[in-house]
Design a protein around this ligand. Sequence first.
Ligand code: TYD
Ligand code: MG
Length: 478
Amino acid sequence: AGKERVSWVCGQCGATSGQWWGTCPACQKVGTVKRFAEAAEVGGSRGAEVSEEKVRLWLPQRAGGAVPQSLEEVNKGRNQTEWRIQLSGLFGMEVARVLGGGVVPGSLVLVGGDPGVGKSTLLLQLAAIISQGNNFSAPAPVIYVSGEESIEQIGNRADRMRIASADLFLYSSTDIEDILDKIQAFSPQALIVDSIQTVYLKGITGSAGNIMQVKECTSALLRFAKQTNIPVFLIGHVTKSGDIAGPRMLEHIVDAVLYLEGERYSSYRLLRSVKNRFGSTDELGVFEMSESGLEAVANPSEIFLTEQYSDSEILAGLAVAVIVDGSRTFVIEIQALCASGSSPIRHVEGVRDGRANMIIAVLMKQAGLKLQDSAIFLNVVSGFKITETAGDLAIAAAICSSFLELAIPHDVAFIGEIGLGGELRAVSRMDKRVIAVAKLGYKKCVIPKTAEKSIAGLNLDMTILGCRTVKEVINIIF
Ligand code: TYD
Ligand code: MG
């Protein structure tokens, strides 16, 4: 979006001023100064009078602000891309893709994740990028408000990340009214609030982080975003074991919810959209945490593989799956460890428990593996979470490999869903998946027999092994 011309006008005496005043400096009337915005490129459709009443923000939005507009007028001269704040650079483009193509003015976006995963880092970088402007928009102020750190601490962090922007403003506060009051004069291009657990609204019972505060503060920020058309990014910590005042409760209030995921021992971070009023929730951003913040990973397909082993040192219990997430394809290593003689516990990381249990049951019942006395550990490399069934076959293969103590050759990949009868089922995007593994140099790919026809036209430098059942796969591989 281009820059809009903003002025503050007293509804009583008509005096115009460059900033908002609680009391009109000319006629001394209280609460009469209103914001007027003229947006050059949208034919004035955004130029409607916007009420800037900040006091009692938690009350329902009052009438008298915007007026109904015809659809035609709203859409005049505006298309999907112009309507969003574009983000440039590799990092910016990665975030933009997850957001559905850029930042939507007036949207409230919740960014959740475990403490320490990198939420503050992500949003400080994003704030800098928005403030610096690009080919589509001029540099404009962005305000990063933290209730967690002092501005010196944030400044330090920005320095370490080599962020330099004349238009990035830092503010440390936990009082929502104070925050919205202070940022008013800047007419920022975006507002970041770090975090929802540290801010509070006067007049609401309970201290910051309590369920009512979290809810009401979020609602106040939502109204602020809608009234001013300023996009607001809100950070929320997700705490383990169902913290009710956590971001999950807020998902229905906000416009979009992004989760930043990653494992402590891995430097990769995934930004996933789980709700998006303005785009698909099918997108995934891949980043790597470095010395100087998060870097977009341009070609993420192989980051979830452990080091390459030579054939003589490959371990039993490793199998490679091909997962499609958003518009990305990931070739991922699954690790299994079956230890017999110990207590038959199951420990699963990165695969849904129910799915893992089902695969184990099918291996016992349909393939005759005597897993009942084994402890089984399953792990997906680098903290990736597999949500689709296309990984079933690789999970089964990894378990078999460990149980039989026979390594799977390192040039074999597995794609396919497993049914309760031990039958292999085709999954979506077969062509995309086999192309991805072939590209990485795999020589053999085991797929469901029924999926063979869907990739028949492809010219692959790889042998396709079509199988009907899990048992058949075991016979071919081991
Ligand atoms: P942070 O953004 O503070 O996490 P959150 O806001 O989600 O709690 O970042 C957490 C970790 O990231 C911190 O332990 C240090 C590390 N880090 C880097 O590795 N590189 C960097 O450039 C920065 C700023 C942080
Ligand atoms: Mg933080």
